[in-house]
Design a protein around this ligand. Sequence first.
Ligand code: ADP
Ligand code: MG
Length: 288
Amino acid sequence: NILDESVFNKIAAGEVVEKPASVVKELLDNAIDAGATKITVNVLEGGIKNITITDNGSGIEPDDFVKVFVPHATSKIKTSEDLEKIGTLGFRGEALASIASVSKIELTSKTYGQTFASFCTVIGGKQSDISQVGADSGTTISVSDLFFNVPARAKFLRKPKSEQNDITNLVEKYILCNPQISFLYIADGKTILQSTGTNLFDAIYVVYGKQATDSIVKVDNYNKNSHIKVTGYIGLPTFSKANRTYQTLSINGRYINSPLVSACISNAYDHFLMKGQFPFYVLNIEIP
Ligand code: ADP
Ligand code: MG
């Protein structure tokens, strides 16, 4: 059997969309790739009912509206050589196709050159006609009823509170890894986080509060031979935690979870911390 596109997309969605937080991650990546400086994340019922993300980035051209939900459609790379110099968070063109196949989407987007915004819906992968609406430049994408057409997956969604916690943790990491972007994060009508988009110190204040900003030391280190730059903040030994939630690492601006780097930094703190305590850090490694 050659699988029908809709069946294939639902399977592919399993790789990209595990839970509401994975949808938020993909949509945030797209907003950041579009050069947004302001991003709003609005979720209802832990994102299960609705996730709406608005950005003031480049927007999507009307002609591209029919393409963005097609699997492997991306504006970010063209040839396999481009894989050697990826400068964006996304590049596989899989996220929107996958999310669209297992939810109900409304997409509104306007480029700076356009007078009107374009609008369409995609329900379970089926895209509507495109219409013109009034909207600011940038993109708003609204994802409702995740897994409405895949009951086997919907069954594994947890309580809204748990799904919301995952989203909150993710948004915190994105605020820390993108301090130049101002984020507003609202859950069930309540503002949970609002960052200023100024600098990393302010971002740390927003996420961890004054106790953290009183207890951190700036790191700014460039190694000429390796061309590796490490910047950010590390915590004083008095400001540690019994788990790794105080640790944030990005590589060239991309948030990652690295047990290796975590272990290296713990080693460096060895004589300064009690056993079972983990140091605070928010670091970005820039590497060619
Ligand atoms: P990828 O990010 O890997 O290219 P996606 O499926 O996430 O794939 O998105 C497909 C395409 O849709 C992107 O390459 C981009 O051109 C466009 N797009 C998606 N979201 C946005 C956005 N918020 N602003 C501008 N363009 C977007
Ligand atoms: Mg993407």
